[in-house]
Ligand binder design. Structure first.
Ligand code: ASP
Length: 295
């Protein structure tokens, strides 16, 4: 029987006022997300179901930039993006620019399971969500006081801030999965599509190699196809996940100045993490480790 393993992140960035003021709540939310995903894995659930559940919990937590608590665009709108991938079938479900679906990760999961397409956006995605009876919320649900404050303070400045959530898991059958969900960047151009919705950029899973989630400067992950590059390095060079992350971060990625955070799991369930920022909210659990950390 395979070992189960799960790892999550909730963004890599500088510490904020919220990091200090809400440290206890944030640690509890990370722990709950890891525990609930892990519980599903122990019951034999597929890795992609555990990933979706762990992310759903983080989307419902106001302190992370996904679902409730999403960042606000330059037009004052909420636009959320998400992607999930099953490393067994290589199936992908992705969604961009939705503003009323409570849990974009559940919409991405439905797309992965039921749609002929991999990626839906905007009204088309919300139509699919309605057909599949996903929960909708009024816009007020997504806006939080701290994101409104950041938005008012930052209105005339460059897009910034990170806090995306992600999860990777290995299930009892040896199947890997990865998922990511985000409100994008604070003050981002309206209708900018986040890397978090793009399979291969920030989300990738393949039973032959690993499952990976990236967080940080999204445009750079799209240009360097970071998550897929890490998987390819393992597949084509026969190196370990740890070495693949190191090479990928020193390769094309090194040509850009970027905030980078990565969590990943290899085929044996070993967790690797990397970040070059002050903090990355993160946690993982398997038979060897049970960890939650910020700095
Ligand atoms: N990568 C995300 C984006 O650029 C931000 C993040 O990871 O927090 O939309």
């Amino acid at each position: 029987m395979n070992k189960i393993s799960i790892a999550i992140h909730a963004g890599a960035s500088e510490a904020t006022e919220i990091t200090r003021l809400k440290k206890t709540e944030i640690m509890e939310a990370l722990q709950q997300s890891v525990n609930e995903g892990y519980k599903l894995l122990t019951k034999g659930a597929p890795a992609f179901e555990a990933v979706a559940e762990s992310i759903r919990l983080m989307e419902d937590c106001p302190w992370f930039n996904a679902g409730k608590g999403s960042a606000i665009t330059n037009k004052g709108t909420i636009e959320m993006h998400s992607c999930i991938m099953d490393g067994n079938s290589l199936k992908v479900g992705a969604v961009a620019s939705v503003s009323k679906v409570r849990n974009p990760i559940l919409l991405a999961l439905e797309i992965m399971k039921k749609s002929k397409n991999c990626f839906l956006c905007d009204e088309g995605a919300e139509e699919f969500a309605k057909e599949n009876k996903l929960q909708f919320e009024g816009e007020d649900y997504f806006f939080t006081d701290h994101q409104l404050k950041y938005w008012k303070e930052k209105e005339s400045k460059e897009p910034s801030g990170h806090g995306t959530v992600g999860c990777v898991a290995l299930d009892l059958s040896g199947n890997l999965a990865a998922g990511t969900s985000t409100g994008g960047l604070l003050n981002a151009a309206s209708r900018r599509v986040s890397d978090s919705a793009i399979a291969g950029a920030s989300t990738y899973a393949n039973n032959k190699t690993c499952s990976v989630c990236c967080t940080g400067d999204g445009e750079v992950f799209i240009k360097s196809v970071l998550a897929k590059t890490i998987s390819d390095l393992i597949e084509f060079k026969g190196i370990s996940l740890e070495q693949a992350i190191e090479i990928a971060c020193n390769g094309d990625l090194n040509r850009f100045t970027a905030d980078v955070g990565i969590i990943a799991i290899d085929t044996s369930g070993k967790v690797e993490s990397y970040f070059n920022t002050e903090k990355m909210y993160r946690g993982w659990k398997n038979s060897n480790e049970d960890f939650i950390g910020i700095y």
